[in-house]
Ligand binder design. Sequence first.
Ligand code: KG4
Ligand code: ZN
Length: 344
Amino acid sequence: MASHKTIILGIETSCDETASAILLKQNDRINLVSNIVASSSHIQAKYGGIIPEQAAREQVKAIIPVIKEALEQAELDPEDLDALAVTQGPGLIGSLLVGVETAKTLSLVWNKPLIPVNHLIGHFYANWIDSNPSFPCIGLLASGGHTDLVLFESHGKFKYLGGTRDDAAGECFDKCARILSLPYPGGPQISKLAQKGDPKSYSLPRPMINSRNFDFSYSGLKTAVLNLVKSMAKSELVKADELSHLCASIEQAIIDPLISKTIQAAKRFNINQIIMAGGVAANQKLRVELEKNCQLSINNYQLSIPPPYLCTDNAAMIASAAFFTDKTIDPLKLQADPNLSLAY
Ligand code: KG4
Ligand code: ZN
């Protein structure tokens, strides 16, 4: 008997990426068939951050070519699709509208069901592409806008454990990079320079690392870096070694609380599986150190992390999440929601 196949096309436009991907689910396994991401970050890099109107203008230009390319690379026609999935929120409203309105139109024209996806839940579902983490699991989301810990009981059923009280981990990377005059996005820049540095060179704060909850705080670290840089002579900072040492110290101060709180959560709730997601999960040092901590623990936690290209914003994670929900919506009723969250 032929096994049942489901094909979903995902659309993601919550920030400065315009992305579309096609995923195939067969025999309980999800495979990536095509994955297109067009980014306007080279434009944002010039301004040290995202200008929302400019990001949305670029997305209006890119959305149709990106969807066409996803279909072409998959060698599929619209009639081969079983459903469309789109990021409903959270994100920049102008950017979200581009994806949502396009998805609504295509759903009507192609006569395909439409599945709205919370971008934050979508990030976690990058872990189900070509893989199958077990439940219950602790999920750490570390991205440019969010730093959250959740306990997943099953698909779609989760409990919010805690999150950042101010800046997100990725935002801290980006703001520290800006202080150091490095281009946006700052995470990859800092982590590249950090490779040759000693993370113990500068003593930087790790706010809330010992708090008895699952919250995070990163704005104090950013301020500490700003004060440190102001106190340093310009001649010191232009020395490549010094900049590397500072970047390594910043990187370590950002990732330490992420690792510590994730392991604490697994311990507290007696859970064996950990999943990580979000742009900061692309950070090599965080990946290696969290893995090491999981293995060294007497509980020998199982760790799932998507490949780096599925950690940063993409549409594959949105399509992946859509396989695990039956929440379709009338396209005429779907509205972008910039304030969707995980905390209920
Ligand atoms: O998940 P994402 O692509 O977008 C949001 O939903 O926010 O995350 C973007 C964030 C940015 O702050 C960026 O600096 C950070 O992820 N990031 C990294 C790395 N790659 C991206 N941070 C540290 N190391 C990286 N390799
Ligand atoms: Zn994201």
